[in-house]
Design a protein around this ligand. Structure first.
Ligand SMILES: [Zn+2]
Length: 151
C-alpha cells in the first residue's frame, strides 16, 4: 500500500492530549475537498484575494470547516487589505491554539482549531492596524464556514 506523506496537522495537540474531534487522515480526506484537505490538514495556504470570505462584511459567525467549532465573530473582522479574511481576536481564547511555524525562513505563529487541529492561518502582532488587540488573525477562507446571524 502506498504510504501517504504525513499531514502536518496530526492527531494530538502540541501538549500531547487528543483533540475533541479526532479522525484519521483517510476520514478527513473523505470529508474534505482536496483544497480544504490541503489547507486544513497539511497547513497549506489559499491564494490571496480569491477566498470566498475575504471581503465578507455580513454579521455572523465563522466556524471550522472541518469540525464545525465556532472560531471567529464578524464583529472582530476588519479590512486589512492583505488578501485574506482578518480578525483581531478569536471568538474565545480557547477556541484556537498556537504553534510556532519556522517555515519560509522566519518564525510565525500558526493558528489551529483547538477542537480538531485543523490549520486556520497565522496571527501577526504589532502591525499598526489600529484594532483593539493590534493583532491580525490572517485566516484562510477555506478553513472556515460563515453562518449569518439569525434575524
Ligand atoms: Zn476544527
Amino acid at each position: 500500500m502506498a504510504h501517504d506523506t504525513p499531514a502536518r496537522a496530526g492527531a494530538t495537540r502540541p501538549d500531547g492530549t487528543a483533540y475533541e474531534v479526532a479522525r484519521t487522515e483517510e476520514e478527513w480526506r473523505a470529508q474534505l475537498s482536496p483544497l480544504e484537505y490541503h489547507v486544513l490538514r497539511e497547513a497549506g495556504t489559499e491564494a490571496p484575494f480569491v477566498g470566498e470570505y475575504t471581503d465578507t462584511e455580513a454579521v455572523g459567525t465563522y466556524s471550522c470547516r472541518a469540525c464545525g467549532a465556532p472560531l471567529f465573530e464578524s464583529t472582530t473582522k476588519f479590512d486589512s487589505h492583505c488578501g485574506w479574511p482578518s480578525f483581531y481576536s478569536p471568538l474565545a481564547g480557547d477556541s484556537v491554539l498556537y504553534l510556532e511555524d519556522a517555515s519560509l525562513g522566519r518564525v510565525r505563529t500558526e493558528v489551529r482549531c483547538a477542537s480538531c487541529g485543523g490549520h486556520l492561518g497565522h496571527v501577526f502582532e504589532g502591525e499598526g492596524y489600529g484594532t483593539p488587540t493590534d493583532q491580525r488573525y490572517c485566516i484562510n477562507s477555506i478553513s472556515v464556514r460563515f453562518a449569518p446571524e439569525a434575524e
